[in-house]
Write a protein that binds this ligand. Structure first.
Ligand code: MG
Length: 271
């Protein structure tokens, strides 16, 4: 792979997925810190984008720091923060949100001025929007309240639609797509989905950094989210085989799932 041959060798904006790319569970991936430093030294921009809505950008920043990776909050995009940007863009600041979600959703939405209702708080409140993010404490009452609000006219937003997420042991757990599917089934309403493979958040990263898609590279381990999103956004796409995807799957991928490059580890980004 030789990005140096790209036209004019303008600085590239690399957007890295986190889990499976920069770390896996509690373990840093091989060469992650070294490669990111080297890219920054040669003038490229390094950004991070996770579909995981559970943590705030501040928490991810601390987490990356613990792996020896410098990641200012401004360089981190999460599906929760992208949801907050969506509310800003659509003029909904100050509106009431019922959330099924965790710290990431609460903190990012409150930080931009949304009024967030959780659990069984304010049962009589009028709800303008329902946001579904990953919640390990999902239950029937929350589903019923989300249903009632959406059928009453509240806007339905899902941070992402990953049906499963991988655990460190190699097994999978239900992802936010599974919770979103329950709300969709109970309401027959389609959500606006913020995270990958949709390109809303990628578009925000490019806008924020005044970068064009031709000068941006999506690096991910998931063909169905990272690579589809990168391709839909007309960015260069790189799949790294340190996470979910096997080489046979990457090589067999077609259409929107086909990556421009397949690499074993992040180190090959420097070759
Ligand atoms: Mg991943």
């Amino acid at each position: 792979m030789d990005f140096v041959k790209l036209p004019d060798r303008q600085p590239l904006t690399y957007i890295f997925d986190l889990d499976g790319v920069i770390y896996r569970g509690d373990e840093k991936q091989p060469f992650a810190a070294e490669v990111l430093s080297a890219l920054r030294e040669r003038g490229d921009l390094v950004k991070f984008f996770t579909n995981n809505s559970s943590l705030s950008r501040e928490s991810y920043s601390r987490r990356l720091h613990s792996f020896g990776i410098d990641a200012p909050i401004d360089d981190i995009m999460t599906s929760s923060y992208a949801t907050a940007l969506y509310f800003i863009e659509t003029g909904k600041i100050g509106k009431t949100v019922f959330q099924i979600g965790q710290e990431g959703v609460t903190s990012e939405l409150e930080a931009v001025g949304m009024k967030v209702i959780k659990e069984d708080e304010e049962p009589e409140a009028k709800i303008d929007c329902v946001v579904v993010g990953i919640a390990t404490a999902f239950n029937y009452d929350k589903l019923a309240r989300a249903q009632s609000a959406i059928l009453g006219g509240a806007e339905f937003i899902a941070t992402n639609e990953d049906l499963t997420y991988p655990t460190e042991s190699g097994s999978v757990k239900p992802g936010n797509g599974a919770l979103t599917a329950a709300v969709r089934a109970a309401t027959s309403v389609e959500p606006f989905v913020v995270g990958k493979p949709h390109i809303y958040a990628l578009r925000k990263i490019l806008e924020h950094n005044k970068t064009t898609p031709e000068n941006a590279v999506m690096v991910g381990d998931n063909l169905t989210t990272d690579i589809i999103a990168g391709n839909r956004a007309s960015m260069h796409t790189v799949v790294v085989l340190t996470g979910l995807t096997l080489r046979e799957q990457a090589e067999a991928a077609t259409g929107e799932m086909k990556p421009d490059y397949i690499i074993e580890t992040l180190k090959e980004l420097l070759d």
